[in-house]
Design a protein around this ligand. Structure first.
Ligand code: ASP
Ligand code: MG
Length: 411
């Protein structure tokens, strides 16, 4: 007998008939003798609908009230699933975040879980109940309802799995696992049987939206065995997210991620003297703008050109800041470009293999793709390319690293 936490995303509970399917899947696990905790998202589209309603009243809705509003989506699905489970003859009980309670800090709209009281849940499980928990929500020390940020149900599931020391946390979604890259761009993309936490974290932070990043961090920290599976098929084992030392399959590159969320800021003709990087990035940080990649080039006449990327939504704000900075440090010109994309290859095998970067750059050069920026970490190499070449770059890299083939085991 195992204790399993199962999380179902919005598309898996998007209609009554799908909720019935979830109930049947849960019933199957119960029949096998397992204890099951189910965490649900709101019906697909519901959270967006609620946010849009709020914005009809106020473009910048009050954060506390927004959480009261958006947390209702999950209250609907947990009740319906509990009913569907009872309809199948199972014992089931639903819980909202505050009923458990799942304690969080008070950062409305992006709260962090601090503590979970698992007593009620354990008692229910021991008496044969299926416990159905609303994802994405909690309660702060002032008894205010909080939510965990978009996609937060994944984190609820992992946190519950950690608190209950579950044997496995299964994330059911509309894809059957984690792929080498987006199959919409590369039809030959292959489902991975296993991937390490570190790789998953990089892929998630680079824009593969299978799991909320925070849930992966959480699972890594608390050693929760995490598996991504499809709720639309009974086949396959999904993708297991595991620790590097436990993983047998260790290809050099596991996946390719991309995103179009960034924009590039350049400040030209910066006097080349100590402190200018701080002079530029200090005001950017003060304006609450996050910087991702940074490149500095030596230019002519003792000047440098300084380039960095920010989230696309922050581009205008960043350029406004730079206009002021430009005059104060005596730089020549400020430029912005939001027609860029970032493409990254990720793999723990990079640590022990040379020549990965040059292979990447060759593959892109062969397609005549110009690299605007490059950055590397231990298990990732990212390049910035012109937006319109993004898909071509992803395809070229997928082929160059033969990601469509099952890798030979690394001896
Ligand atoms: N319903 C929330 C959202 O759409 C939380 C979740 O689905 O994980 O972001
Ligand atoms: Mg999700």
């Amino acid at each position: 007998m195992a204790l399993i936490v199962q999380k179902y995303g919005g598309t898996s509970v998007g209609a009554i008939e799908r909720i019935r399917n979830v109930a049947e899947r849960v019933a199957k696990f119960k029949m096998l003798g397992h204890q099951v905790v189910v965490v649900l998202s709101a019906m697909s589209g519901e959270t967006n609908r609620l946010i849009a309603l709020a914005k009809e009243i106020d473009k910048d809705p009050d954060p506390r009230e927004l959480d009261v509003l958006v947390s209702t989506g999950e209250q609907v699905t947990i009740a319906l699933l509990a009913m569907a489970l009872k309809d199948l003859g199972l014992k089931a009980r639903s819980y909202t975040g505050w009923q458990i309670p799942i304690r969080t800090d008070s950062a409305f709209n992006k709260a962090r879980i601090e503590d979970i009281d698992d007593r009620a849940l354990r008692a229910d499980l021991d008496s044969g109940q299926v416990v159905v928990v609303a994802g994405f929500q909690g309660v702060d020390s002032g008894n205010n309802i909080t939510t965990l940020g978009r996609g937060g149900s994944d984190t609820t599931a992992v946190a519950l799995a950690a608190a209950l020391r579950a044997d496995e946390c299964q994330i059911y979604t509309d894809v059957d696992g984690v792929y080498t890259t987006d199959p919409r761009i590369v039809p030959e993309a292959r489902k991975l049987d296993v991937i390490t936490f570190e790789e998953m974290l990089e892929l998630a932070s680079l824009g593969s939206k299978v799991l909320q990043i925070r849930s992966v961090e959480f699972a890594g920290k608390y050693k929760v065995k995490l598996r991504v599976l499809s709720s639309f098929t009974d086949e396959g084992e999904g993708t297991l997210i595991t620790f590097e030392e436990d993983s047998m399959e260790q290809p050099i590159i596991s996946g390719i991620a991309y995103n179009r969320d960034e924009a590039k800021c350049t400040i030209l003709g910066v006097p080349d003297r100590p402190g200018v990087a701080a002079n530029i990035l200090g005001p950017i940080a003060d304006a609450d703008i996050e910087v991702d990649m940074i490149v500095q080039n030596v230019g002519a006449n003792n000047t440098t050109d300084f380039t960095f990327t920010v989230h696309r939504n922050d581009l205008k704000k960043a350029l406004d800041v730079l206009d002021v900075v430009k005059d104060s440090i005596g730089a020549r010109e400020v430029m912005g470009d939001d027609k860029i994309a970032k493409v990254s290859i990720v793999g723990v095998g990079m640590r022990t293999h040379a020549g990965v970067a040059s292979k990447m750059f060759h593959a892109l050069a062969a397609e005549n793709i110009n690299l605007r920026m490059i950055s590397t970490s231990e298990i990732k190499i990212s390049v910035v390319v012109e937006d319109k070449y993004m898909e071509l770059a992803v395809r070229a890299l997928h082929q160059a690293f033969e990601l469509d083939r099952i890798p030979a085991l690394d001896a």
